[in-house]
Design a protein around this ligand. Sequence first.
Ligand code: ADP
Ligand code: MG
Length: 262
Amino acid sequence: MNIIQTISSAPVLVQARDVHKSYGANEVLKGIDLDVRIGETVVILGPSGSGKSTLLRCINHLESMQKGSILVGGEQVGYVKRDGKLYYANAAQLARQRHGIGMVFQQFNLYPHMTVMQNIIEAPVGVYKEKRASAEDYARMLLKRVGLLEKASAYPRQLSGGQQQRVAIARALAIKPKLMLFDEPTSALDPELVGEVLATMRDLASSGLTMIVVTHEISFAREAADRVIFMDGGRIVEEGPPDQVLVNPKHPRTRAFLNRVI
Ligand code: ADP
Ligand code: MG
């Protein structure tokens, strides 16, 4: 069985239905429907302001929405169901739900006063009460994976932007998420540092992690995505396999966007 067949029959991990989100009178998401299956890498493309970051932030409930639902692993993040009714999750319940979701931002946001190792084990030990020794073992495995084992004792300021972002990826992975969200992870990097971060992400994608990646890196989309989604004006305008959406887009707005970024 090839990988495409495996994924297309895998269970749905993220299920968004008719998601509407407004800031005041500004409707930013206008009815998003999206299924992401376990093991899938979905790349979201679209012009600035089209609602990509807002969608990611709704998935892990950094933003609430006005209408619609997003289930992650069958649960609506930010809410708990009791006796068939939805209630707001309390802090402990929200922490448990977010435990399954790692997020990497454009700005790496590492703690400047902590070493690389301390940054990585902060959530597992500080929030999720893992034993320090086992969290450190796991952190070393992650650092090896992102090629930075020798930097465990370094401080963020001693690292390049690309190295800092790879540490941020290791930190997000430290909670053993079942879903990883990336919001333009290479947009703040000098061009010569983009490749090393994309290589790490390609490695994660091929390892079977479920990933939703907002990026303008078309080469990454072409090589690593199982599916590409093009958003414009708060809607999904087009989606499909990378060779279809990137090479032979159906929608004029997708074509116009690709002509600008390629
Ligand atoms: P993208 O990530 O595709 O560039 P965003 O999701 O960041 O788009 O933003 C979509 C729209 O929502 C933009 O018009 C932006 O100005 C608006 N927006 C985003 N965040 C906020 C916020 N916290 N308050 C008000 N408006 C916001
Ligand atoms: Mg954005």
